[in-house]
Ligand binder design. Structure first.
Ligand code: NAP
Length: 276
């Protein structure tokens, strides 16, 4: 990106530059070091400055703390944000992979409003969306059995619930605080950097493909549209170096899934994740 901005500086005005800080995997000379998370004042500031140098720009639009660490001190984070804001090096600040409580702890001492929390959410990892919905899932399971009885079908799903996300309430918190949620790894990729549960998602894939065929769209667009339907206004972020994939993914905004379709997909997701 630095080379691109250097060659075509006019692109900067058309771009929104967001980056993260805190993950240390190499030293200042680029030599690998044992990984650690560093959210100290100095590291946040120097990481932002390193990004500015690498990107050949003078201001970051958004800087995120990549992930929490047991050693983080909210006061130091607040100082770093205040300094980067004062110097004009960073416009907005946010978090990534932070819980609601951790977010509150930082926001309480930070002058700058936290505008984003970037977390992993997808049909293949729907923990945050299901959080707080345990009772709904149980009732749905019961209603499925009633439905199967009403239509005289053999019961196909009567499992004991084993898998339940911890109640962190992150999406509810972000919605009520006006924090934008970005979903990383929003699609299913068996590539490094994609952290999906090691489950057989065959039935979910088939359900996504079925809806895609009915809508004349593609599975990726349907999986992204499933995220977009959530009222929290989740913004999926993914990378691609393939123009066809980009166009395919962008089609998600043209799809409005019915509630029925949305539920049929989350059911298949839960079934896959709950299976031993
Ligand atoms: N906050 C965090 O902890 C965290 C963790 C991981 C990632 N992220 C962020 O998430 C963003 C993307 O991360 P990522 O690139 O690692 O992972 P990703 O978005 O989950 O996956 C990217 C891969 O998906 C492929 N892809 C995209 N659209 C596709 C489609 N329609 N069909 C098939 N393949 C498709 C791309 O390949 P092609 O190039 O061939 O399209 C690319 O290799 C980055 O901004 C990253 O910083 C954040």
């Amino acid at each position: 990106m630095g080379r691109v901005f250097k060659q075509a500086p006019e692109l900067r005005a058309k771009s929104l530059v967001q980056t993260k800080c805190g993950q240390i995997i190499c030293d200042d000379d680029g030599n690998p070091v044992p990984p650690r998370i560093d959210l100290s004042r100095n590291e946040i500031i120097s990481s932002a400055e390193r990004s500015l140098r690498r990107l050949c720009i003078d201001r970051l639009d958004i800087l995120l703390l990549h992930q929490p660490t047991p050693l983080m001190q909210a006061d130091e984070i607040a100082e770093a944000f205040a300094e980067l804001s004062r110097s004009g090096k960073v416009r907005h600040f946010g978090l990534s992979n932070f819980t609601a409580n951790q977010s509150t702890m930082i926001q309480r001492v930070t002058e700058q409003r936290l505008v984003i929390n970037q977390v992993q959410i997808s049909l293949f990892n729907p923990r945050h969306i299901l959080d707080g919905m345990g009772a709904t899932l149980s009732i749905l399971e019961h209603l499925d059995l009633v439905h199967q009885r009403l239509i005289d079908a053999a019961p196909e799903w009567s499992s004991v619930r084993r898998w339940m996300p911890p109640a962190e309430g992150l999406l509810d918190y972000c919605q009520s605080e006006g924090i934008l949620i970005q979903a990383w790894s929003p699609l299913r990729h068996r590539l490094p950097g994609a952290y999906q549960p090691l489950k057989n998602f065959g039935a979910l894939d088939s359900a996504i493909e079925h809806i895609a065929r009915e809508l004349g769209s593609t599975p990726s667009a349907v999986a992204l549209a499933w995220l977009l339907k959530h009222p929290a206004g989740i913004v999926p972020i993914m990378s691609t170096s393939n123009a066809d994939h980009l166009i395919e993914n962008a089609k998600a905004v043209d799809i409005t899934l019915t509630d029925q379709d949305w539920y049929s997909l989350i059911r298949e997701s839960v079934r896959a994740i709950e299976k031993e």
